[in-house]
Write a protein that binds this ligand. Structure first.
Ligand code: ADP
Ligand code: MG
Length: 575
């Protein structure tokens, strides 16, 4: 085929493919335009996961008739005008591509009125071509109405996910933008269902409360540091608040969400040793630096940036995280007797442990690690004659036993105790604790809807909930073994697992009965890194010794590592 120029419609579609790959990226571009237009209220409505319709209504500055006609042209923008502006970008948009791209792959209607103008104007475009532009009526602001997405790009339409998948993506993006702009009121509906309702608030913390619920927002530590010309602000979760994925890790550079492997690495390094494997902190890390020191023009959807001085930025983030994490420590009470209110206290001396400055350093040496087979052989029916001597590194309990010395992994031990209890309860019908005063829990909208539609299944496994609206539920009954102090932690776990199970299409009941048990136990158990009082440690070991097999957990991990007196004697050359 000889070289020839592609026609305009085709080039537009090709270019659009880079910017708008799915409904969520359209929502992102349109919402960012509304933010750039200094809106105070943004309303989003989408249908069928955004595939059939996306409407975004704002009360921002609006556009004049001339601007409206230009807005759907490629490389037409009001946000930059010279090359110099490119290195000093303060708005979210700047390329003038979004509306042109959306117009190219959909039927588009924009109604807008600029403040101070007499009339509003309505523009209709189809597949990138202007159909009409006439006077209309509306208050100051802009409404962008996108229908029949990808009607003229069947290849792209085929790759769209289910309505549920697409709406999850949309929800996530809007949730993030809402976190970024607490001074804007957000109202989002999927069909007739409200999925995000966040009236404008005065601070980012208040916005986090609206979105994640008070329980989670309470577990957030503010971060703040200023170094040379880099300023870091935001929030990170205390190590006891764990999420099962990285979805709630947000990095923002000069007001723009970015994904950056280097920064993710800095974040996980800061939490090293504080979280169990497979759990992730929640983080909102906002980086502000002079616009000349960051290139935002390196990714078609502006999801990545390039720093002029990467190290400087990473070091500042690491310092901010370290400062926040070492100023706090978390002590979670063990067992049902501890009042919930005492769950979190600051313990500065414990903080030394978590920040890595060890005060107690027992080197038992790797070669001394006793194999499972050895203590299988030495296994005697344990009695309640074990004395807990102390806790090391807020993780292991040192125990004097009649045979010698035992080291107990507190988390696995507690997990095993809870797991056994749950199993016993499930077998004989679930013992439920009925709360006289129901426990209030708040969950994100996304998960609230899923929970609301599975109340009956949850009731079958002992979790009886009343929907209170706005993402709030009241726990009426809860499995006895978990009821006392851990209801909220346990509940949060159930919600996350339910949501994940449903989105993966696995069998709910099967999951609830098997995986739920061990996850509930794991989630409710004390963690590595939790300092616990000696009396509670003693209770834990006594309980552990009542189990059928206190030495290994069902997954084969050791609970107790033991050293016989004989072995110790040998090592000290007494034998
Ligand atoms: P960019 O945001 O990169 O400038 P867009 O294609 O998204 O490019 O928008 C083109 C122009 O249309 C913007 O520069 C802005 O002037 C105008 N515009 C788009 N959406 C809105 C809106 N919601 N309110 C006011 N002006 C808007
Ligand atoms: Mg834009």
């Amino acid at each position: 085929m000889p070289i020839h120029r592609l026609d305009r419609a085709l080039t537009l579609k090709i270019a659009a493919g880079e910017v708008v790959d799915r409904p969520a990226s359209i929502v992102k571009e349109l919402a960012e335009n509304a933010i750039d237009a200094r809106s105070e209220r943004i309303e989003v409505l989408f249908e069928d996961g955004g595939r059939s319709r996306i409407v975004i209504r704002d009360d921002g500055t609006g556009m004049s008739e001339d601007d409206l006609r230009l807005s759907i042209e490629r490389y037409a923008t009001s946000k930059i005008s010279s090359e110099a502006d490119l290195s000093n970008i303060r708005s979210l948009g700047f390329r003038g591509e979004a509306l042109a791209s959306v117009a190219a792959v959909s039927r588009l209607k924009i109604v807008t009125k600029e403040s101070g103008e007499e009339s509003a104007y309505e523009l209709v475009a189809e597949g990138g071509e202007l159909v009409r532009c006439d006077p209309a009526a509306r208050p100051t602001g802009t409404t962008v109405d996108v229908t029949d997405l990808f009607f003229n790009v069947p290849a792209r339409a085929k790759f769209l996910g289910s309505a549920r998948t697409e709406s999850l993506h949309i929800h996530r993006i809007l949730q993030r933008l809402a976190v970024l702009c607490p001074e804007i009121g957000w109202e989002v509906r999927h069909g007739s269902r409200e999925v995000l309702l966040a009236p404008r608030v005065g601070s980012q913390r208040d916005r986090l409360v609206q979105i994640y619920g008070g329980e989670i927002a309470e577990a957030l530590i503010p971060i703040e540091i200023e170094r040379e010309n880099v300023r870091i602000t935001g929030f990170v979760s205390r190590p006891d608040l764990r999420r099962s994925n990285r979805r709630d890790q947000m990095f923002v550079v000069n007001g723009r969400f970015v994904s950056d492997r280097g920064l993710s690495f800095v974040l996980s390094s800061a939490y090293r040793g504080m979280l169990r494997p497979g759990s992730f902190p929640l983080a909102l890390v906002q980086i502000e630096l002079p616009p000349q020191l960051v290139d935002v023009n390196v990714h078609p959807r502006k999801e990545e940036v390039r720093f002029a001085q990467v190290r400087q930025v990473q070091d500042a983030v690491a310092a901010a995280l370290q400062k926040a994490l070492s100023s706090q420590a978390v002590v979670v009470p063990l067992g049902p007797s501890s009042p919930r209110g005492a769950a979190h206290v600051n313990a500065p001396e414990h903080a030394l442990h978590s920040s890595g400055q060890r005060t107690l350093n027992l080197h038992l040496g790797r070669e001394m690690a006793v194999s499972k087979a050895v203590h299988e052989a030495e296994k005697v029916r344990p009695q309640a004659d074990r004395l807990v001597l102390g806790q090391i590194h807020a993780t292991y309990l040192l125990v004097e036993s009649p045979e010698g010395l035992e080291i107990v992994d507190q988390h696995i031990a507690h997990e095993q105790i809870l797991y056994t209890k749950l199993q016993r309860e499930w077998a004989g019908g679930i013992a439920r604790q009925v709360f006289l005063l129901p426990v209030r829990v708040e969950v994100p909208f996304e998960q609230a809807a899923i929970i609301a539609s599975h109340l009956a299944e949850l009731a079958e496994v002992g979790v009886v909930l009343d929907e209170f609206g706005g993402g709030t539920f009241l726990i009426r009954e809860f499995p006895q073994a978990l009821a006392n102090s851990q209801a909220r932690t346990g509940f949060q776990q159930i919600v996350e697992m339910l949501a994940d199970t449903l989105s993966e299409g696995r069998d709910l009941k099967q999951m609830l009965y098997t995986k739920l048990l061990s996850n509930l136990a794991c989630g409710a158990a004390i963690k590595a890194g939790d300092a616990i009082p000696l009396v509670e440690a003693q209770d834990l070991v006594d309980e552990l010794m009542k189990l059928e097999d206190p030495y290994t957990c069902p997954h084969g991990r050791p609970i107790i590592v033991s050293y016989s007196k004989h072995e110790l004697d040998k090592r000290f050359k007494r034998a």
